[in-house]
Ligand binder design. Structure first.
Ligand SMILES: [Zn+2]
Length: 164
């Protein structure tokens, strides 16, 4: 029996909610089951400092003899959680970009390392962790321009006639 929300949950080994669900569907001949689990969704709150070991594989052919090669490099990168994706993965803003130039990634909660660091504030407009510089492709009126939520709403209303 596979309980989907439990697959990569940090509580998967011992969880009263999981036991309760299993008891409830025992005998129903199901192979997988899905349910909304607030315990999982709140397990790692936004702003939590985490790190993850990325594996980068480079492959090619040696210039001198044409033999193929494959190199695997492991790099640990720290980051800050921005929230949880509907798949159950954490959305993480990395401190450094990965080899593929990505700085926002989705990671399985049970595969990240929880760092013993204070929780960071998250911008309520764009989800950017406090103290992180925005990237070129990123635009946020609150953390780019230092507007508050109320001021941002005033600007939005003036420019577009809508409220955020
Ligand atoms: Zn922002």
């Amino acid at each position: 029996m596979i309980l989907r929300p439990c697959l990569h949950c940090i509580y998967k080994k011992d969880c009263e909610k999981k036991r309760e669900m299993l008891d409830g569907i025992r005998g129903l001949k199901l192979t997988t089951a899905s349910f909304k689990c607030e315990k999982r969704d709140n397990a790692i709150p936004p702003g939590t400092r985490v790190s993850y070991i990325f594996k980068f594989v480079t492959a090619g052919w040696h210039e001198w003899d044409g033999e193929p090669y494959e190199n695997e490099e492991r790099v640990e990168i720290a980051g800050t959680t921005m929230g949880i994706h509907r798949s159950g993965k954490l959305i993480v803003w990395l401190d450094e970009e990965t080899a593929k130039n990505r700085w926002i990634v989705k990671l399985q909660p049970d595969l990240v390392k929880l760092l013993d660091e204070p929780i960071k504030k998250i911008c309520e407009c764009c989800g950017c962790p406090e103290g992180k510089e925005n990237r070129k492709e990123w635009f946020c009126p609150m953390c780019d321009k230092g507007l508050t939520w109320e001021e941002y709403n005033v600007v939005l209303k003036k420019e577009h006639g809508v409220m955020a």
